[in-house]
Structure formats: structure tokens, C-alpha cells
Design a binder for this molecule. Structure first.
Ligand code: HEM
Length: 509
């Protein structure tokens, strides 16, 4: 009675604050001791609040996966609870089920919806909806189609890129290599999507703020992941006020709307196209072959798919090439071997390499694989949900109930000494010959299984040709760029902490 009188006599702000405090105390106690994941090892602070992960991932700029997670696995073992509702597992059996047929482990909508492209192939959660979409897209990313696109889009863009670099070399001007590679990958994917490149390679300095527009998915990922509602608000605002500038996401969305409208106008009334081989991705999407059960896509599907391609096909490859160039700058022995390997090739009369020959080069191939192993490509978590019935992690016997958000960050596997001998050494030679072939199973950079990266053939093509061209044409020297600048951070795709600028000198061909 006395207590009740005391409570009712308190000012209302104090009552509100007190209730808030009690609510959080109960919630934290529940999360640490009574939650279905309470038995999973990990720091208590991480079990208590999402702020732990937020601090390392968003506030501290994408540091969680590369710098904190490995330490957590070392301390707590192969299964670690790093947020109230998420665990990371380092177990070779679990990762194989993770990519099993027909999505036993579905992508977690709470995580992926944060990117604001729910109708894209990368984010469709239901197998029955995703499979036909992927069937429709796959032919444009087959080896054969990428060979055709190499002549019509990829090599011409690389030549344009080389010409731009030559300007910087001739005038001894500092080149923002990060910006330049980004311009190239944007122009390749936008040209291949709709036949109309965004023209970033023509930007005078290849370094303007405009370049950042496509980066909402990667650079913005630490924030969208922590505050998924933010993207829903932006999406709603964008739909209501299409002209409002809401950062990179809305810039890309507006550009994607124009792209899709342009493609729709070109394709209007053109029902003959089904029988001709589409040149651009949107042509293929707009003219589905119904005899193969390909779906008809609506405007939102096309828009989100275009955005997925613009975002998925740019930072990923650009950053892998960026780190490769850095590696070649700081590691003269590897640089000599890669250059000597490429120098065994003879260019054709058009000045180009023969693609099939470049991709057969043993040392360049080994170098690219070792880069993907050590720099991960997609470094971020790509979480799935544990299916009905839960799972028991074989290596530890830990039970994870249905609905647990499960990550299997590649970093644990790529640095596992049971899978890669002396994993912390950068050694391309490990990929040569039969032993190297056997290791490929554990190169996870593009994911695995049915949902493996759609753009894998395009990404490899860009990496091979760019590196072959760069090592034979230029001497590259970092300019005011330190090892600290080139430390990896997690922006879903691997990214450098700082800028990578260079000075170029032409080489004799
Ligand atoms: C080095 C470059 C690249 C890396 C390391 C990479 C990595 C990945 C990974 C790991 C996934 C699977 C994510 C998951 O399982 O949750 C993925 C999916 C995807 N990637 Fe890539 N990617 C690269 C380049 C590209 C390119 C050039 C494109 C082309 C447009 C692309 C488009 C996609 C798409 C559309 C998906 C979703 C596939 C689906 O769910 O059906 N990626 N990528």
C-alpha cells in the first residue's frame, strides 16, 4: 500500500523513465539467462544488446567481421553468439547445409530487407519465386554470354579505362585508383544491363561524389543492417516524393527508374525479340521465353533487379582488383611472377589478349584465387535462418533452435589451418596443380550451391583482363597511401579503410 502511494506520488517523467529501465532490465536478464540462445557461448554484453555489434560494425566502420569475430571464435570456440539473436558458426558440415538445395536455410528477411530491393533475385526468399527468376537471368551470365559481352562491352570499357589511366601517366597526375576502378565496373554493368553506360569513365577526375551513388548497398550496409527500418522509411519517402534527394539509395533508384523506362520504351510492341539472342540483361528480362517457364516481371521487379545488378556488380569486383594492385605494389616477388606469367602471352593484331589464354595462365590464376582467399571478396555476414526443428552443430554439439539467425563468415573458413596450410601466409603457389584444385571447394568468396553469385563469370573475366592489362602496361606506385589505409573493413563487400591513390608510369609493351 505504502509502495503504491509512493509510486503514484512520483512525477510522471520519473514513472516513465522507471518503467523504461525496468523493461530493459527484464529484457537483458531474459536475453542473457533465459533466451533460447542463452547456452551459446559469447560475450555477455553481446547477448544483452545489439549495441555491441552496432558499435563494432557501424560506429567503428565495418570492423566486426575482420577484427572482432576471429578473436571471439578463438576465445569461445566454433559457435559464437555475437548479438542477442545471431550466432556465427565455423563448422565445415554446417556451411555445407547452409548452401543446401532448395533453401533449407532461407535468407533472413530482417537482415536483407534493410537494402530496400525486395523484388531483386538476391533477396527473393521463397524458392518457388526465386528459381524461375534465376533461370531467367542465368543465360545472360553464362560463360558463353560473358564471352560475347567481352567483345561488345567488357574489353572496350577496359580499353577506355586504360586510355584514361594513360592520361594520368602522361601528365604525371595522381590517380584515385579506388575511384577509377569503381567507374569502370559501374560503366561495364550499366552498359551490359541496358546498353547505356552511366559514363562514369568520362568523369574528369574519376573521383567525384557522384561515384558514391551506387554504393548505398555496400558502404551504407553497416547502418542499414543495424537500423533496417531506416531503409523502409527511405523507400516510402522515395515512392511519395520521387524527386527528394535521400542519398545514394535514392540516386541509384532514380537512375534505375530511368534505365527501366528507357528499356521498356525500346522494347514496346517488340514481341519478335524472344527468338533473337538478347544483347543486354534488360532485353532478356523484358522478353522472357514462356516455353521455358520464364516469368514475366513487373516494373518493381525490373527496378529492384537493375539496382541489385548495379550494386552487386560494382564494389565487389572493383575492390578485389584494388586490393590485388595493392598486393602487387607491396609484394615485389609476387609482382614479378604475375608479370612474367602474363608476358608469356602474345597480344592479337587488335592489341587485345586472347581471353581463353589469359584465364589459363597458371600463376595469374593462382594469384587471383589467393587474393579471393585472403581478401574474401564478400567479407560480410550473409545470414540465413535455422530451419524448423533446429540444428545441432556437429563439431560442438551446440543446439540452435529454429529461427536462429545464422552467419557463417568466410573469414573463419579461409583462415582455417585444417583447410589451408599456414593460412596466414599469402602464397599463390598453394593453388597450383592438383592440390590447388582440391582446395577450390573451400574458396567461398562467391558463395556456394544454387544461390552462388550470379555474376561470378563476369567478375572473373574483369579481374583477369584488368590485372593482365595493368601489370603489362603500367608501373604503379602508391601515393600517400599507407598499409593502414589498405586494411580491410566489412561493407558486405570487402573495402579498404582509407583511399588508394597511385602514380603511374607507362611500360614498354
Ligand atoms: C569479386 C566479385 C564478387 C564477389 C566476391 C561476389 C560475391 C557474392 C556472394 C558471396 C554472393 C552470395 C550471397 C549469399 O549467399 O547470401 C553473391 C550473390 C550475388 N551476386 Fe555477386 N559477387 C561478385 C561480383 C558480382 C557481379 C559482377 C555481379 C553482377 C552483376 C554480382 C551479382 C550478384 C547477384 C545478383 C547475387 C544474388 C544471387 C542470388 O541470390 O540468386 N556479383 N555474390
Amino acid at each position: 500500500m505504502l509502495l503504491l502511494t509512493l509510486v503514484t506520488s512520483l512525477p510522471s517523467w520519473m514513472l516513465l523513465f522507471g518503467s523504461f529501465l525496468i523493461y530493459w532490465i527484464i529484457k537483458i536478464v531474459y536475453r542473457i539467462w533465459f533466451h533460447p540462445l542463452a547456452h551459446v557461448p559469447g560475450p555477455k554484453i553481446a547477448a544483452a544488446t545489439h549495441l555491441y555489434h552496432f558499435y563494432h560494425n557501424a560506429f567503428n566502420k565495418g570492423q566486426f567481421v575482420p577484427y572482432i569475430l576471429p578473436g571471439l571464435h578463438e576465445k569461445y570456440g566454433r559457435v559464437v553468439r555475437f548479438s542477442p539473436d545471431e550466432v556465427d558458426v565455423h563448422d565445415v558440415d554446417v556451411i555445407q547445409s547452409f548452401y543446401a538445395h532448395k533453401f533449407a536455410f532461407k535468407k533472413d528477411a530482417k537482415f536483407w530487407d534493410a537494402f530496400g530491393i525486395p523484388r531483386s533475385s538476391g533477396l527473393l526468399y521463397d524458392y518457388s519465386e526465386w528459381r524461375p527468376r534465376r533461370n531467367l537471368l542465368n543465360p545472360m551470365f553464362s560463360k558463353q554470354s560473358i564471352n560475347t559481352a567481352t567483345n561488345s562491352v567488357i574489353y572496350p570499357m577496359i580499353e577506355k579505362f586504360i586510355n584514361r589511366l594513360q592520361e594520368f601517366a602522361d601528365s604525371n597526375k595522381v590517380l584515385p585508383m579506388d575511384g577509377a576502378l569503381y567507374c569502370l565496373t559501374v560503366d561495364i554493368i550499366t552498359e551490359y544491363t541496358c546498353g547505356k553506360a552511366w559514363g562514369f569513365l568520362s568523369e574528369p577526375g574519376m573521383d567525384s561524389a557522384k561515384l558514391q551513388s551506387v554504393r548505398w548497398l555496400t558502404a551504407g550496409s553497416p547502418y542499414s543492417i543495424e537500423f533496417p527500418w531506416l531503409k523502409k522509411v527511405v523507400l516510402r519517402l522515395h515512392k511519395t516524393f520521387p524527386k527528394l534527394n535521400l542519398g545514394g539509395y535514392s540516386v541509384t533508384r532514380r537512375a534505375a527508374v530511368e534505365t527501366v523506362e528507357h528499356a521498356l520504351a525500346l522494347n514496346a510492341g517488340n514481341s519478335q525479340k524472344v527468338n533473337s539472342k538478347p544483347k543486354y540483361i534488360l532485353d532478356a528480362l523484358l522478353n522472357p521465353d514462356h516455353s521455358k517457364n520464364f516469368p514475366t516481371l513487373g516494373f518493381d521487379d525490373l527496378l529492384d533487379e537493375a539496382m541489385m545488378l548495379f550494386a552487386g556488380g560494382t564494389d565487389t569486383t572493383a575492390h578485389m582488383v584494388l586490393f590485388s594492385i595493392w598486393r602487387l605494389c607491396i609484394d615485389p616477388d609476387t609482382r614479378k611472377k604475375v608479370t612474367a606469367d602474363v608476358r608469356t602471352l602474345v597480344r592479337g593484331s587488335d592489341g587485345r589478349f586472347i581471353v581463353a589464354e589469359v584465364e589459363q595462365l597458371p600463376y595469374l590464376s593462382a594469384f587471383i584465387k589467393e587474393m579471393l582467399r585472403c581478401y574474401y571478396g564478400a567479407i560480410g555476414r550473409t545470414p540465413r535462418l535455422v530451419p524448423a526443428g533446429g540444428i545441432t552443430v556437429p563439431s560442438t554439439g551446440t543446439f540452435l533452435p529454429a529461427g536462429t539467425r545464422l552467419s557463417t563468415a568466410f573469414i573463419s573458413y579461409h583462415t582455417d589451418p585444417d583447410l589451408f596450410v599456414e593460412p596466414h601466409l599469402f602464397r599463390p603457389e598453394r593453388w597450383i596443380g592438383a592440390p590447388g584444385k582440391a582446395l577450390e571447394k573451400w574458396l567461398l568468396s562467391f558463395g556456394k550451391g544454387e544461390r552462388i553469385c550470379l555474376g561470378i563469370n563476369l567478375a572473373y573475366r574483369e579481374m583477369y583482363l584488368l590485372l593482365a592489362e595493368l601489370v603489362t602496361r603500367f608501373e604503379i606506385e602508391p601515393y600517400q597511401t599507407t598499409a593502414k589505409d589498405m586494411e580491410m573493413i566489412d561493407q558486405l563487400a570487402v573495402a579498404p579503410r582509407g583511399r588508394f591513390k597511385v602514380l603511374l608510369k607507362s611500360k614498354e609493351l
